[in-house]
Design a protein around this ligand. Structure first.
Ligand code: SF4
Length: 370
């Protein structure tokens, strides 16, 4: 396989199975690192970003059994922010943030007007901040409750300020897995269709795979194959982010008897490295430090990874599922993490355009001009 990779030949599905199953994780990592170095050298990007989760109310609360975040409307802990609450939370990092990452539940009380008002309000206050918002599942939900097409929803949201879309909600495309972990959720083809539509409108997006629950190796490879196929057709994906399943405070974790046992470090590293090798048409492979710890994310920088997410400010979704990491990482800490791996930190925006090259500065924030 090394010759194939060195020659720039595309890996087959059978190759991906081998990469997922070989015990020689260091060999997989060396291959992924070599490919990554050709694409990105020693540069590792991150975003000065803030996660905003306007509502945790979700109509799929009972059927996405892997989810710890959602609530029914009258359930303890349910919330839907007012616009003022959203703007108050956004003000936590006024002048520093370059990107708002906005996702939430499928809330019947949060329609297109609600999100349009949020996006407009944020753009008025922070015109220099990029809005990466709403998964394909949320976009399809808005289309359904507003009786609009997906394309019209995307056009309306772009008009209000949407810049790009995150890659969540894909889980694993296998119908059998979806039946077990999320049987009412948007089907795989529909998830891909929303992204295809976004890309056709010029809206770039990310893509993901939730791993470490009941999926098989074949399921993983089929999922990656579908992502690679769509990327061949549209070129619209910016980054691939494998998402580690967290088993705490959700039905699936109880059913599997997995509470307190998240994914293994080997599997986290392997998913990132295989993503780099198999997804030859997606430029960026991102490790999500909140899910797998900053330490593992740092190690992953030697296994094919070129992006380490960002500052986040107040991450909620994975902390509901038992993530033990902090909810925020200060800029100097991100710089230390990246430099500790012998890499060069580069701050980026959501489109992976360079915001600031961090030579040997201490990470003191630059307040952006409006
Ligand atoms: S995973 Fe998303 S769609 Fe499913 S219950 Fe949680 S918030 Fe709702």
């Amino acid at each position: 396989m090394a010759e194939k990779i060195a020659g720039g030949e595309r890996l087959s599905d059978a190759d991906a199975v081998t990469l997922f199953e070989t015990p020689d994780i260091l060999a997989v990592g060396a291959l992924a690192d070599a490919v990554n170095r050709v694409k990105h050298g020693d540069r590792v990007t991150f975003a000065a970003n803030q996660h905003l989760n306007p509502t945790n109310i979700c109509i799929l609360r009972k059927t996405c059994v892997f989810c710890s975040y959602a609530r029914l409307p009258k359930e303890e802990g349910a919330y839907r922010y007012t616009l003022e609450q959203v703007f108050a939370e956004a003000a936590l990092t006024d002048g520093i943030t370059r990107e708002f990452h906005i996702v939430g539940g499928l809330d019947m009380g949060a329609g297109i007007q609600y999100y349009s008002d949020i996006f407009r309000g944020l753009k008025e206050r922070y015109p220099y901040v990029h809005i990466k918002a709403l998964t394909a599942v949320e976009i399809a939900h808005l289309a359904r409750i507003e009786s609009m097409s997906v394309a019209d929803v995307l056009r309306a949201l772009r008009e209000a300020g949407l810049d790009t879309m995150p890659g969540g909600g894909a889980e694993v495309f296998s119908p059998a897995v979806r039946e077990t972990i999320a049987d009412r959720k948007l089907a795989a083809d529909e998830w891909l269709d929303v992204h295809r539509t976004a890309h056709a409108l010029g809206i770039r997006s990310n893509c993901t795979m939730l791993y470490g629950h009941v999926e098989t190796t074949a399921d993983r490879v089929a999922h990656l194959s579908a992502l690679r196929g769509l990327q061949d057709a549209t070129g619209g994906f910016l980054a691939y982010i494998p998402l580690a399943y967290h088993p705490d405070h959700n039905e699936l974790g109880k059913t599997l008897g997995r509470e307190g046992t998240a994914t293994s470090g080997f599997d986290d590293i392997r998913n990132l490295a295989v993503g780099r090798l198999y997804l030859d048409n997606i430029d960026h492979i991102k490790t999500h430090w909140v899910m797998v710890t900053p330490y593992l994310s740092q190690a992953a920088l030697a296994f094919g990874v070129d992006d380490i997410e960002g500052t986040m400010v107040r991450e909620k979704v994975y902390h509901e599922a038992g993530a033990q990491t902090a909810q925020h990482m200060a800029l100097p800490d991100i710089l230390r993490l990246i430099r500790g791996a012998g890499k060069i930190p580069v701050e980026r925006d959501a489109l992976y355009q360079v915001v600031r090259e961090h030579g040997d500065d201490d990470g003191s924030p630059v307040v952006h001009a409006a």
